[in-house]
Design a protein. Sequence first.
Length: 584
Amino acid sequence: MSNKQRKFRITFTVAALLLLAIAVFVTSIFGNFTGARVDLTSDKLYTMSPSAAKILGELKVPVQVKYYVTPEDGMPTEWRNLERDVTDKLRDYERVSGGMLEWSIYNPQDDEEMQTDLTSKGIRPLQVQSVEKDAIGVKLVWSALTIAYKDYPQEILPQVVPQSLANMEYELISRVYRLTNEEKPKIAIYAPPRPVNQQLAMMYLQQGMQPPEPEDIYTSVRQLLQEEHYDVVPIDLTQESGIPADTDVLVVLNPANLNERQAFEVNRALSNGLPTVIAIQNHTYDYQPAARGGFNFSAVGQTSGLETMLAQFGLTVSGDHFFDANLQVLEVPRQTNLGGLRLQTREPVRAPIQIQVTETQMNSESALTNRIGTLLYLWGTHLEVNESELARQELELTTLMTSSERSWSEPYNDGAVPGSYLNPSNKEFLGPVPLGVLVEGEFPDAFAGRSVPEWPADPTAPADSLEQGPVDTVTPLAAAPTKLVLFGCAKMFDDAILGAGQNPLLLLNTVDALAHGEDLISIRSKMLTQRIIKPAGDNEKLAYRIFVVVVVPVALALFGIIRAAMRRKEAALYRQHLLQTRKH
């Protein structure tokens, strides 16, 4: 070995040992530091929201979170990072809460006693398809969370899966928030049942049968709010069933022909500072099969009884037919006659009364709507805003959502809707008009200077009855600022439609904002947005076809011609240069 090679080896060995020593030193110093992470998602799904940090930071009593999960080696390939991802989040929550959120991990895979206990709580293993080498099978895996606080009933997340990680912050923190909130907010809901069709009632009576009872079509709303730990109290807005004094939020859905005293009660609650949600449905539509296919439409109108009160606030729910070219196709039942057999089929219907509200029509600055992707605003109408009256009453209005630019209205008429009303051709579009608004301030008393209306007499009570009814107590006026959320559509919240699009999310956002402020909805707004493809109009479709069929081929042809000409020119120059070289 030469002297030069020996020196190189010694130098290399010393340098390697020195680098190793430096690495060990740096690891010992910085090894316990928390690494930095960068959230590159457009919705910032993996960045803790300030509201979540605030809720966790205000915990005074420890909250215990237990994560029951199958170990990594028992998970399918695509689930093997699940435990790590969940524990990373729990570790962040523990840090922000100052140790008040305590968490632990349990493996129930081979523990029969633990499995029995979990099953009694409604937690069961998940069946997950597993692909191992060349075999496809199904594995039973556990992945669930329980949340305990004091001696309250435990909250449970029965399925924690990779797809739900984006929503885990809301699912966990919202339960912690509601568990640690000592009192459930009370929600008073006025949602009258749908009256029985008069023709149907007459048919029953003619056959000597009792007509069916009016149908309650807002049971899903009450169930949804109860699941979110609200104390839901249905009211009839009568002398016997009025607005409870300890109500936190009043929800009025589809009011129809309210009498003056009922309108007075709603107005007095608002004037006294009770946050209120009102959804008004000015008319509904019936679909009748047409002889040549398709459907004809007929309308039935109603008044809410709140028109005078809302006008005092500078608000009007339009009574015209309202249409929007941005619509949603619905499947409507239809009977067909096939060989003497009557079959029930479902036919797709395109009608501009089936209004679709998309993400671009939502107010992205409001926490109530900034993460809502699509709504079905069925048979609704638009809102008319009197800016001068709002300013006079010192009320501040925020538009939550609007129609599309291609919306229009026609004079209202009961009965058949002319086909010309449904055609957007040659219409003067209204442009984006409000469909839902948030109004804040001190609401005036629309009955000021008038005597308090009396409750209507009960027509079913005997004329000579001596029984005394309940005492008519009038809530004193104690004006206070509050919030009113008004929608020109109540149909989007009934049992048949509530599950469409993100209608439930709009309702929850609205009630949460009025009952709790914006803490909860700012966390929920981080949930993965349901994105849709913006519908294209006829002119846009034509432009896209021309671009694909004409512009692209012509551009390619021109590029080929120009490229061929340039290559011929380059070849000619090369041959000329070659000839000159040979001559020399």
